[in-house]
Design a protein around this ligand. Structure first.
Ligand code: SF4
Ligand code: SF4
Length: 281
């Protein structure tokens, strides 16, 4: 269990607790202010990209201090966790609205609209979070001819998430004033600020998933399709055995490597049951 499961989930997966999606949490003024600022800060995001990229040239000791400050601040406001599709489906089972919106990271990095992000709410109309967003100038979230918020059914959303996996995008849940959860993103290292910060720069702004993968060597044919998808460099290929090997100390438990496996050779296990990875978050 990650730190948030203990603090915000009573020892269960925190992102599966409906209370963490409740409008009650939006009675908090600080949280509402954070949400308003978050969705109007595209220039700040562009600055963040430069700061994250400069971390790779920063001396290790300074980077460690900056990293602790950034991670601590993000844990209070906007922290994420990798979530495999079976747990995304569980979230979709209890929320009552799912909307697809343009991704702020892709907007900041690529200057284009790409609809890889989803708002979720317990309330059919998006609840108080939806009202806050509606009151902002979020025109960057949609072009002139399309609705900024596309409403989806659970089935439509799951189909979209399966397509995202085949493109190599891993699913992540996000807080907006922790522990309030309102968003699920589909991330890769090239275009997602959180992935760049966590994986490339080594400053965590999201937890690894509650799972770890392993491959059944009896089923693996060595086709290497899974290697194309892993965003975390956790899969290598043994030319001698003609099979892949998963480094569980690098695995984030996203499960997307399963989506192209023709033999169903990869399985997820509870992180807590895998000694090599149980304490890696
Ligand atoms: S996709 Fe499946 S069969 Fe192919 S290398 Fe990966 S684990 Fe093995
Ligand atoms: S090996 Fe681990 S991190 Fe890589 S795609 Fe598979 S589940 Fe995700």
């Amino acid at each position: 269990m990650c730190e948030f499961c203990l603090k915000h989930g009573e020892g269960k997966k925190w992102y599966l607790q409906a209370a963490n999606y409740s409008d009650d949490l939006l009675n908090d003024v600080r949280r509402r202010k954070f949400i308003k600022k978050f969705f109007t800060q595209t220039d700040e995001l562009k600055k963040s990209i430069r700061k994250i990229d400069s971390l790779s040239k920063t001396p290790a000791i300074i980077k460690a201090v900056i990293g602790r400050l950034v991670t601590g601040k993000m844990k209070k406001n906007h922290f994420g966790q990798v979530v495999p599709i079976e747990d995304i489906e569980r979230i979709f089972d209890f929320v009552n609205s799912i909307v697809r919106v343009a991704c702020m990271c892709r907007h900041a990095i690529l200057g284009k609209e790409h609809r890889f992000c989803y708002g979720v709410s317990l309330y059919p109309d998006g609840g108080a979070f939806g009202k806050i967003i509606d009151g902002l100038d979020s025109s960057f979230l949609g072009g002139p001819d399309i609705s900024a918020m596309e409403k989806l059914t659970k089935e439509q959303a799951l189909t979209a998430f399966r397509d995202h996996e085949k493109q190599g995008l891993c699913h992540t849940v996000w807080t907006f004033g922790t522990p309030f959860i309102a968003g699920i993103c589909n991330c890769d290292r090239a275009d997602c600020l959180a992935m760049r910060c966590t994986v490339t720069a080594g400053v965590p702004v999201m937890f690894r998933g509650e799972y770890v993968a392993d491959a059944d060597s009896n089923k693996c044919t060595g086709c290497r399709q899974c290697m194309r998808l892993c965003q975390f460099g956790a899969i290598s290929y043994s030319a001698a055995n003609k099979k892949i090997v998963i480094d569980q100390t690098r695995c984030y438990g996203c499960g997307i490597c399963r989506s192209l496996c023709p033999t169903n050779a990869v399985h997820l296990h509870n992180r807590a049951d895998v000694p090599a990875a149980a304490n890696l978050w």
